[in-house]
Ligand binder design. Structure first.
Ligand SMILES: [Zn+2]
Length: 290
């Protein structure tokens, strides 16, 4: 019995000087360690959320098949290339092909324009493509003409050159950035592309397509690192808010009800200014002062 109030049996132990009683602080994680643990948990949850969003988008709808609204034309591996991109929420499709005058003109027009055969001039091919297709692309909603490849897919920095004669569609998924992708390659045979081969994806149903509309469900397995990092940080920030807000709300609710904010022990019988008899938390003094 102290101060005329009945204490919990453990109270006597915690009311002795701290030097002889280190148990309460040593068993609870230090704030710094707890902060690092919360941040790490938020990052893991952010990564899992990024992957889950990308996989869900890929699994829930056909890949984009609307007309392209982004045209990319650029030099890579010493050759001119073009990429036609179409998109819907959380999904992008990038059809790429090597640019030649043969792919821009019909044989008759080619003969008319270059009677002695088309020049071997990559810059001229790129400019011709831009002059022919930019007005069309720019007239579409959200239409853009870009002169560099995307950060993911076949022409991501450091990626190897495609084998000669191949065309491909890179299908990217994720929100807000593309973070997972797969690829469908085919052999370019003039006006058609044959022999669709799926790379980096898990076919669930349907038929992969290099060109034309694709009706299929394919789970993308290749990471698009810049987008994966970006999405992970964005979702981790959201998770961090949740992870910080929930304990704060719990502690505030306990404090209002006269309970120890740390362990929910009933403090209504504990004198003002005393640490919590159950866990030794000094924050327990706060409710008495209210
Ligand atoms: Zn307590």
């Amino acid at each position: 019995m102290r101060h005329g109030v009945t204490l919990h049996p453990k109270a006597a132990r915690y009311n002795t000087p701290m030097a002889t009683n280190p148990a309460p602080t040593s068993t609870r994680p230090r704030p710094l360690r707890r902060g690092v643990r919360t941040a790490a948990l938020a990052l893991v949850l952010g990564l899992l959320t990024s992957l889950a969003v990308a996989a869900t988008v890929a699994f829930s709808a056909d890949p984009p098949s609307t007309p392209p609204n982004i045209m990319r034309s650029f030099m890579a591996h010493g050759q001119p290339w073009s990429i036609s991109e179409s998109s819907h929420f959380g999904a992008r499709r990038a059809l790429w092909s090597q640019l030649t005058f043969d792919s821009l003109y019909t044989p008759q027009d080619l003969k008319k324009r270059f009677p002695d055969g088309p020049p071997d001039d990559a810059a001229l091919v790129l400019n011709t493509l831009r002059e022919m297709y930019d007005p069309l692309i720019l007239s579409r909603p959200g239409g853009r003409s870009l002169h560099s490849p995307a950060s993911w897919g076949q022409f991501a920095p450091g990626a190897a050159a495609p084998q000669p004669g191949l065309r491909g569609s890179d299908y990217g998924f994720g929100w807000p950035f593309t973070c997972l992708w797969y690829q469908v390659l085919g052999n370019d045979q003039g006006m058609t592309v044959v022999g669709a081969q799926l790379r980096g994806g898990l076919l669930i149903s349907g038929q992969p397509a290099t060109v034309g509309d694709a009706h299929c469900r394919i789970i993308p397995l290749r990471p698009a690192w810049p987008g994966l990092l970006g999405n992970t940080f964005i979702f981790a920030a959201a998770w961090l808010l949740v992870l910080l807000a929930v304990p704060m709300l719990v502690r505030a609710k306990r404090r209002r009800r006269g309970l120890c904010p740390a362990c929910a022990y009933d403090l209504r019988g504990t004198p003002a200014g005393s640490p919590c008899p159950e866990c030794g938390s000094v924050s327990a003094v706060r409710w008495d002062s209210v």
